[in-house]
Design a protein around this ligand. Sequence first.
Ligand SMILES: [Zn+2]
Length: 202
Amino acid sequence: MASQSLSLPPTHIPYNRIIGKLDSKFLLWPSCAHIKPRRISTSIRAMGSSASSHSQSQYADSVESEAGADTIDYKSLTDEEWKKRLTNEQFYITRQKGTERAFTGEYWNTKTPGIYHCICCDTPLFESSTKFNSGTGWPSYYQTIGKNVKSKLDLSIIFMPRQEVLCAVCDAHLGHVFDDGPPPTGKRFCINSAALKLKPKQ
Ligand SMILES: [Zn+2]
């Protein structure tokens, strides 16, 4: 009987859980000897399949929620793989350290409340509340979200050393940071719109 029941539910339920339930059935119903075997089997099967579908849906949910964040090693993606995921402009800006023309990007003048995420890996990078009008024609922020943005010295213009800013998760080039921003940080993160995706507040 036990082996018949065990073979019925899908494999997501640990066997010891089923056996535990079986045992508890017997323990709780010492008079089970009086119940017809078929009835016990049905009862256990129903319990098993119910628990099983619940467990399966939880499993599916957890995989789905983790898929975006944990299963892709963004730093190991090749240029070819990035090209499939991004538009030409997004690829040029984020993976080839390009710069969009001032006053042309999607967000330079946007005031919509929300969170600006990395276009490449969806990491939240800037809050709209830290965005300010820098007059430069690029979206500008005085603060990052946590340590999701990192910076490194950029000597690509020989007489003008700058601090490049990148997504800490996927190394996407975002823009540069300067020391002429407003309080409280005094920083100006000058970012390409094409590196960002605004998710408006619900
Ligand atoms: Zn990223």
